[in-house]
Design a protein around this ligand. Structure first.
Ligand code: NAP
Length: 329
């Protein structure tokens, strides 16, 4: 019988690729979503081996218990749901606490209500390995962001970094204290770009990180506009999804698995768009300058563990822009 995986936050950019790849591999998937309309939309795209449960708020105590009790066939759980934003009215309430409490709620629910689940994979982030005070410092699977709770509350960017760091630590603490019947491992993506899992989802505003690419499409030649100075490490969303599936299928070895393909800068992305889509008529910027950044990743152990083929920034950007331009015609 096909194995069944539970994916929290199934509407997300990364989660949709995880669900799509799981279904392609023959799994059945139960996803949690925040509303019926979101669940129905996913069902339309994913088909009959996908079902959904509504979990409106990650923070409600017992939020996942009911959903898990209804699905005794689930044997692996992928926890991807978490606020992904650098802007909030209240950094602690809107970004930090839902990430921490969501993770703890998921782990508690599995311990209490799903004795058959053997593996939990949490989508953490490379921001738990970055040094927020020196973003160019090299990081590896063993690095930890030293951010404090007070620092995290100061601005939205720090709040996101803190939210992921404290949530991961809360997961580790849970396992140490509760000694549950399942293993918990983490995947740590750097900045994720790439196409949406379905063309129909590429309309309008994209998720936070793809927004770095789509915002460049507004820089039309002959109009005011400067190339942003942004740079960092990049990974394609399909690579990230595959890494999650490897994590559930391979014995866990405690590695905080980094997913990374190459460095990006806004100028490097603009050059790719100008080369492949000259008809978009974007500004050129300084094509031979600011092409590096984000290469300070020591992910040799993760690469050896995953054994995946890299996906280039060029492929990722071309697939995303093609889909986005078509969907928004
Ligand atoms: P996304 O498209 O914004 O997806 C976030 C998901 O979490 C959505 O399903 C969203 O539900 C759900 N969610 C957010 N806040 C919630 C809350 N308070 N209660 C319940 N559900 C909530 O983001 P993504 O880029 O796919 O990110 C998915 C995961 O990967 C996150 O854990 C993120 O931290 C991690 N990650 C992302 C990147 C990146 O570059 N994108 C890099 C490293 C790690 P709705 O659709 O209903 O809003």
């Amino acid at each position: 019988m096909a194995a069944t995986a539970f994916v929290s936050g199934a509407t997300g950019f990364i989660a949709q690729h995880i669900v799509k790849q799981l279904l392609e591999k023959g799994y059945n998937v139960v996803g949690s979503v925040r509303s019926e309309s979101k669940g129905e939309n996913l069902k339309k795209n994913f088909g009959s081996n996908f079902s959904y449960e509504i979990v409106e708020d990650l923070e409600t105590v017992g939020a996942f218990d009911k959903a898990l009790k209804k699905h005794p066939e689930v044997t692996v759980f992928l926890h991807t749901a978490s606020p992904v934003t650098f802007q909030a009215k209240d950094n602690e309430k809107d970004i930090i606490l839902p990430a921490i409490n969501g993770t703890v709620n998921v782990l508690k629910a599995i311990k209490a209500s799903a004795p058959q689940i053997t593996k939990v994979v949490i989508t953490s982030s490379a921001v738990t390995q970055f040094n927020i005070e020196d973003m160019d410092a090299s990081f590896s699977e063993e690095s930890w962001n030293q951010i404090t709770y007070e620092r995290a509350k100061q601005d939205g960017f720090a709040a996101y970094f803190g939210s992921k760091t404290f949530a991961e630590k809360a997961g580790i603490e849970f396992v140490e204290k509760e000694k549950p019947h399942f293993t918990v491992s983490t995947v740590h993506p750097v900045y994720v770009f790439g196409p949406q899992a379905f063309d129909s989802e590429a309309k309008g505003e994209l998720n936070l990180t793809n927004g770095i690419v789509s915002s460049l499409l507004a820089l039309k030649a002959g109009q005011d506009g400067e190339v942003p100075s942004q740079s960092g490490p990049f990974v394609d969303v399909r690579y990230v999804a595959e890494a999650h599936i490897i994590e559930i299928e391979k014995p866990s070895n405690g590695l905080r698995v980094i997913t990374y393909n190459e460095g990006f800068s806004s100028q490097k992305i603009l050059n790719i768009i100008n080369k492949n889509f000259p008809e978009l008529n974007l500004i050129k910027g300084s094509p031979s300058e600011n092409l590096s950044g984000g290469e300070h990743v020591d992910d040799a152990k993760s690469k050896a563990y995953l054994g995946l083929k890299n996906i280039s920034l060029e492929k990722s950007v071309v697939d995303l822009v093609k889909q986005y331009v078509e969907a928004n015609k």
